[in-house]
Design a binder for this molecule. Sequence first.
Ligand code: HPA
Length: 247
Amino acid sequence: MSLHNSAEFGEIAEKILLPGDPLRAKYIAENFLTDAKCYTEIRNVYGYTGTYKGVEVSVQATGMGVPSFSIYAHELVYNYGVKKLVRVGTCGGMHEDLNLSDIVIAQGSSTDSSIVKQTFGNAINFSLLADFDLLTKAVLNAKNLNIPVKVGNVICTDYFYNDYSNAQGIFTSNGLTLDQKMIRHGILAVEMESAALYMLCAAAQVQGLAIFTVSDHIVKNLHATPKERETDYNDMIKIALETIIQD
Ligand code: HPA
């Protein structure tokens, strides 16, 4: 038991997939895992353990955003001994080459969240990085599965609806808005959890990787439907599962 999870110690695998949406956790458990058993329903934020190709794997929903994600991920690592965490989420494309349903792997996570400053103050701008071993395996697995992926830096934001970043005149210099500057500096996409994952994994010395399917494009103004957000992510899940089961 932990404060937000009713699993007994030992019921959660050391390897875990982390979608935000509880129904996506259920979908992954029912469609990809063998003999999946639900171990928590607290707040309807479901978690399951089963096997994938004979290896024990769990899938735990986390809710949306840094604070919600941090609560579930912290308890998984510190209360249940989870060692490999792969976030499987959605993102808003920013790079012009991205379209709906494309896959992005976060090599690095830039953020407007305060979690880095809460840890290091103004002394350093700590780099939030994917685990190199998981990252290289994921890229290789995607190649073997013939699934194109884009790998690079993402922006993990506390805003889904941001009144400011696109506003002309705010955060502009050289005639560029903040979003335009980020794109120019290679930011591929926007999402809301990877910084929390990479910060926690750095502190706890466990392995973390964030993979996303593009569900929105903030420049092209594209949006997937709620139903597509629930189920249209099989390629990302295949990459995540093939990666997490490898030693
Ligand atoms: N913004 C932030 N997070 C997201 C988005 C977005 O447009 N789409 C999916 N996650």
